[in-house]
Design a protein around this ligand. Structure first.
Ligand SMILES: C[S@@+](CC[C@H](N)C(=O)[O-])C[C@H]1O[C@@H](n2cnc3c(N)ncnc32)[C@H](O)[C@@H]1O
Length: 384
């Protein structure tokens, strides 16, 4: 091996020509630390309302079983939310193209999922571009990264060394800073398009806090952020109920949403104990909390992955997932509080028949609203 030509350099050749689908993956944090967070979240005190024990967003997708269950749910005819979002994405994305074309963006996808949307974005960013395009898919689940990448890269001919998958929980500020540093090392000052699609933001308890952190830690003045969120035209009980029914109707979604608790506890899953609880969250969004409630009529004991045992009394709950559909005023406040400024937006699906809920999906292109850092003053002239 000659100097300056290490094994990493040679990997490019192996990845491009071996005829086998290798995936590289940079692991950005200790999985054992995450493991201990998962168990501590399951040790929370009693709550009959889904506000104690919980599986927080990243953990819903973390393991192989959850990843497979998610990929199945995305193609379920009875789970229209994600299927419609994936199928209609190319058209909706094409409406934003005038705001991104010709600017030479690199692409960082926060939560790749099936990879279909990444494929659409990469295909357009690659068109007519002068330099090489760099793609950084980021996900908590290595299996999601591998499966998503297969779809995202299909037929694009991207150079293997320009694809840098990262296994990382992007919800922590320290991790986001690490990611930004990595991206800057890869692309320098060239602009980056970040994406958080599929209404992923709505799965986080503090959605505003997450968006504010990502905008603050990741976005430089030249970068943009693609955000996809589910929307509602009304904030009332019937709409909240209809939102809950969208999820409840899908057996595949039921398998996905219980998959983490099935992997990480010895709870015997009874689907009748899973409830989809609708609510109106202030004047901003409809919320659906998916909870597992002990309805056996007796206290249970659960074993956690570290072999510790916890009580799971009658009526106690484990929150499996939260999701939302945002009202327009909720979105305006969300962006304002997160110091994100709208550059372009495509709204879809807000029209409905009489008596039907007005649900839709908005695709927004954002920039940081924080003022650009002032240029450093010139050094003093020693001759004056
Ligand atoms: C709702 S899916 C959306 C997938 C894709 N963006 C789409 O629109 O089809 C959420 C994705 O984000 C990933 N994810 C969720 N929480 C995460 C976290 N805290 N850190 C990293 N990835 C996360 C999941 O593994 C999954 O791939």
């Amino acid at each position: 091996m000659t100097e300056g030509e290490g094994a990493l350099h040679r990997l490019d050749g192996v990845l491009s020509t071996s005829g086998y689908f290798w995936t590289l993956c940079l692991v950005g944090e200790d999985q054992s630390e995450k493991f201990s967070r998962l168990t501590s979240e399951l040790r929370a005190p009693f709550s009959a309302t889904g506000d104690g024990k919980r599986i927080s967003s990243g953990f819903s997708y973390w393991g192989v079983e959850s990843t497979v269950a998610w990929l199945h749910a995305c193609s379920d005819l009875f789970y229209p939310v994600m299927r419609a979002s994936i199928e209609s994405f190319p058209h909706r994305w094409s409406q934003l193209l005038p705001s991104v074309t010709g600017q030479g963006f690199h692409y960082v996808s926060l939560g790749t999922g099936t990879g279909h949307k990444d494929h659409t974005v990469l295909e357009t960013l690659q068109r007519g571009r002068a330099g090489e395009l760099c793609y950084v898919p980021v996900d908590v689940s290595p299996e999601m990264l591998r499966q998503g990448q297969r779809e995202a890269l299909r037929g694009l001919g991207l150079r293997a060394s320009n694809v840098v998958p990262v296994q990382l929980d992007f919800a922590g500020a320290r991790n986001a800073r690490r990611l930004r540093r990595l991206v800057e090392e890869l692309v320098g000052d060239e602009p980056v398009l970040y994406a958080l699609a599929g209404n992923t933001l709505a799965n986080f308890e503090s959605d505003t806090g997450l968006l504010a952190m990502l905008v603050r830690e990741l976005l430089r003045p030249q970068d943009r952020f693609l955000l996809e969120v589910a929307t509602t035209g009304a904030l009332d009980e019937p709409s909240a109920l209809a939102a809950a029914q969208e999820y409840q109707a899908s057996p595949r979604f039921g398998e996905f949403v219980t998959s983490a608790v099935m992997q990480y506890t010895d709870l015997h899953i009874d689907m009748d104990s899973v409830s989809f609880e609708p609510a109106v969250e202030d004047d901003r969004a409809l919320m659906v909390k998916v909870v597992y409630r002990n309805r056996t009529g007796a206290p249970l004991r659960l074993t956690l992955p570290d072999r510790s045992r916890i009580d799971f009394p009658e009526s106690d709950t484990i929150r499996l997932l939260i999701t939302r559909k945002y009202a327009e005023q909720g979105l305006v406040k969300l962006l304002g509080d997160a110091r994100a400024q709208e550059v372009d937006r495509y709204r879809s699906g807000s029209h409905a028949g009489y008596g039907e809920p007005r649900f839709g999906m908005d695709l927004m292109l954002l920039r940081s609203a924080a003022p650009a850092p002032a240029a450093a003053p010139p050094p003093p002239n020693p001759f004056t």
